[in-house]
Ligand binder design. Structure first.
Ligand code: CA
Length: 309
């Protein structure tokens, strides 16, 4: 049986492509996708998610959205990328097609709760965005924690620098944990087993020109590869290094054997200049921290999944 998956994603290129990887993978059954106000405007990223599905003639998960703002929002210039992404020239192909999901979207936390309530087997959750909406699910329905097999979280920076570079912070936090440290803490406090994919791992996984070249080569025969190639091109080679942050986390769900984990105890700082900082400590909460992976195996998995459509 395919493993049931719920995904809450943050609407940027990396999130959209992770959505696609989980959707296309024969190993898992993506049951629902939530779009969260992270490095995007959720309404626009929701539209983009539908456009991707329409473009590729996909069927499957319910797409949900949450318009709630996170406590510490992402920079406006990243969120503005939503406009460009949503107007990708390649989407002109779908003008005459019936769009994926024509009715108004339901709220993410409601859809996730419904899926968990209905599932007869434990469900795996993936978060490539701040945990605002997922924390809400378990705050309102704590009994649903037992329906979760585990949660994979892309977030945190333990032994490496963070990536939040704002004047009012000290640079120790990663964006997803910074954006909503309270919800991250709430999930840490829950009974749900956690697999954490932090910058400590993803710093070793840059999206390289060589990888993009291979993707472009296979896009002659593959629409998903073409879409992925166009999306990554939007964010690559602008003096900003893009990484397989969310996409490698998706790869870990699809092919768990590629990754090694170690048990660590962690906590998160919720306030002050270090808010969002994740640190290890004796009195922390036990999580499985993704500690190593062969970069080429992640790249090959991503290329092979995109090549299927
Ligand atoms: Ca993300």
């Amino acid at each position: 049986m395919r493993r049931p998956i719920l995904l809450d994603q943050g609407g940027h290129v990396d999130d959209l492509l992770s959505t696609l990887l989980l959707w296309l993978s024969p190993e898992v059954e993506l049951q629902a996708v939530g779009v969260t106000n992270a490095g995007c405007y959720a309404d626009l990223a929701y539209e983009t998610t539908l456009k991707m599905a329409t473009y590729l003639n996909l069927e499957g998960p319910e797409i949900a959205v949450s318009n709630e703002e996170v406590p510490n929002p992402f920079p406006v210039n990243w969120r503005d990328d939503s406009v460009v992404i949503n107007e990708l020239p390649l989407f002109e192909d779908i003008a005459l097609k019936r769009r994926y999901q024509t009715e108004r979207p339901r709220r993410s936390d409601i859809v996730f709760s419904d899926c968990l309530k209905a599932s007869r087997v434990p469900v795996t959750i993936v978060a490539t965005a701040p945990l605002t909406n997922l924390a809400k699910v378990f705050r309102q329905n704590p009994e649903l924690e037992e329906k979760v097999k585990e949660i994979y979280i892309m977030g945190g920076a333990l032994k490496v620098e963070g990536n939040v570079e704002l004047d009012e912070t000290d640079g120790s936090a990663e964006w997803n944990t910074y954006a909503d440290p309270y919800s991250f803490k709430a999930i840490l406090n829950s009974k749900i087993p956690i697999k954490l994919h932090s910058l400590d791992l993803t710093n070793n996984l840059p999206v390289t020109e060589d990888f993009l070249k291979r993707l472009e080569e296979q896009s002659v025969k593959s629409k998903a590869s073409k879409l992925a190639s166009r999306l990554w091109q939007l964010v690559s080679g602008k003096g900003f290094q893009y990484y397989f942050w969310d996409t490698s986390t998706a790869a870990a769900i699809i092919e768990p054997s590629l990754f090694k984990y170690k048990t660590v105890k962690i906590d998160v700082t919720t306030d002050g200049v270090s808010r969002g900082k994740v640190s290890t400590g004796l009195f922390g909460h036990k999580v499985q921290l993704a500690s190593s992976v062969e970069k080429s195996s992640v790249e090959n998995l991503i290329l092979s999944i995109f090549s299927m459509v």
